[in-house]
Design a protein around this ligand. Structure first.
Ligand code: NDP
Length: 443
């Protein structure tokens, strides 16, 4: 049995019933085979056995009282996966599907993504099975305060700096920050995604979506293509999807579809982003409300967004939202590039279809790293007690995304996987972490 298979067996045995975590580990470990052959010292030092085991897992009760006076209890968690190259960094997800398998998969991916940014941040992720949908602001506040009342003792500006993810935006970060400050009396950069008046960074809101499009643009330019006049389908209608849409439109592309977990809209004239922003960012409504304002657009209940003809597809909603059949439909419709704004949105079978059909493909670890990179820039600004302008942050973000593309492509080429950014991103992200772990001894 190979080293990778041995480690994989332990992962499955030690983390039963956590398929998303197994999927994420399998994909990374498989692609490291050639690196492990070239570097036997990684095996001697047990790098793989250590890198698949979180450094620390914290699971805690989150009690709060709803608007009817009823006591509610949720399960919160923070998984601090790897601190070889810097303090832990990674988002918090609030969604009913949250359980340790999801948070572990996200935390594991985060190690390599953070390394790829070139910035000094380790990997972590956290969250809770709380569903913010349909809750009042007061309920969300009470929940966030209770969540932070336990979490605060495990985080800190030089220990672990959480950020947003699904279900966690500016409102939730605000409530959590307020509670952290109240308990600790520290005014420090312990969370990112803060408001601009109280330590936030310009361009953080836009960063993941913009970064995704910067990297995709670099990837398609290398093959003589561009966003100008391209038809683009984007899934989701949250933070990542909205700002990916904005950047595609700025580059002259036409985004014709968006969705949420109920269904998708198709607007052949191109999505009107002001309407989407109002529905999603202000009213916290459903994407189907779009057709009330734009009657020539259509709304379809359920899945099916990937059957729409497009040149570029950007999945920006959630894990495993694009399967083999969807990938075949995209290929049949002439789609030439897919880049992941969400984490692990394409199933392994879908990725194989893209690669077999020479569709350019950028995995989430590389393509959506702009969010965490800009969070790290927010940390730098907090440390300096200084703020960069929007243009300064945006220019740094663009540089980082172009470098991620270059480093992942170079690593793929070095190991004989021409154009395979999945392998390239895994290898480039892994090497820096593995070498740091080697240098720091068996810890
Ligand atoms: P938001 O909560 O802002 O938006 C999530 C969007 O995805 C919503 O439109 C939501 O619809 C939709 N969605 C969620 N679950 C499902 C589902 N099961 N089926 C269909 N649609 C679904 O989250 P973000 O935009 O921040 O995050 C989206 C993805 O990007 C996630 O995978 C996240 O991990 C990843 N990401 C986010 C970063 C960030 O900076 N925010 C950074 C890097 C990655 P609905 O409202 O119906 O639930």
């Amino acid at each position: 049995m190979s080293y990778v298979q041995e480690v994989m067996e332990t992962v499955v045995k030690r983390n039963p019933n956590e398929p998303e975590f197994h999927q994420a580990v399998q994909e990374v470990l498989e692609s490291l085979e050639p690196v492990l052959e070239k570097h036997p010292e990684y095996r001697t030092a047990g790098i793989l056995e250590r890198i698949v085991e979180p450094e620390r897992q914290i699971i805690f009760r989150v009690p709060w009282v709803d608007d009817n006076g009823k006591v509610q209890v949720n399960r919160g968690m923070r998984i601090q996966f790897n601190s070889a190259i810097g303090p832990y960094k990674g988002g918090l997800r609030l969604h009913p599907t949250v359980y340790p398998g999801i948070i572990k998969f996200l935390g594991f991916e985060q190690i390599f993504k953070n390394s790829l940014t070139g910035l000094p941040i380790g990997g972590a992720k956290g969250g809770c099975d709380f569903d913010p949908k349909g809750k009042s602001d007061a309920e969300v506040m009470r929940f966030c305060q209770s969540f932070m009342t336990e979490l605060y003792r495990h985080i800190g500006a030089d220990i672990d700096v959480p950020a947003g993810d699904i279900g966690v935006g500016g409102r939730e970060i605000g409530f959590m920050y307020g509670q952290y400050k109240r308990i600790t009396t520290l005014y420090e950069g312990v969370l990112t995604g803060k408001g601009l008046n109280w330590g936030g960074s310009l361009a953080r809101t836009e960063a993941t979506g913009y970064g995704l499009v910067y990297l995709t643009d670099e990837m398609i330019k290398a093959k003589g293509k561009s966003f100008k006049d391209a038809t683009v389908v984007i899934s989701g209608s949250g933070n990542v999807a909205i700002y990916a849409t904005q950047k595609v439109q700025q580059l002259g592309g036409k985004v014709v579809a968006l969705n949420d977990s109920n269904g998708y809209i198709y607007d052949k004239d191109g999505i009107n982003l002001d309407t989407v922003k109002r529905i999603k960012e202000v009213e916290r409504g459903r994407i189907k409300d779009y057709v009330k304002v734009h009657p020539t657009a259509e709304y379809f209940e359920g899945t099916g967004i990937w059957k729409i003809k497009c040149d570029v597809a950007l999945p920006c909603a959630t894990q495993n939202e694009l399967d083999e059949e969807d990938a075949k439909a995209l290929v049949a419709n002439g789609c030439f590039a897919v880049a992941e704004g969400a984490n692990m949105p394409s199933t392994p079978e879908a990725v194989k279809v893209f690669q077999a059909n020479k569709v350019m493909f950028a995995p989430g670890k590389a393509a959506n790293a702009g969010g965490v990179a800009t969070s790290a820039l927010e940390m730098s600004q907090n440390s300096m007690r200084y703020s960069w302008t929007f243009e300064e942050v945006d220019a740094k973000l663009k540089d980082i995304m172009v470098n991620i593309y270059k480093n992942a492509s170079a690593a793929a080429r070095e190991y004989g996987y021409e154009d395979n950014l999945v392998v390239g991103a895994n290898i480039a992200g892994f090497l820096k972490v593995a070498d740091s772990m080697l240098a720091q001894g068996i810890v």
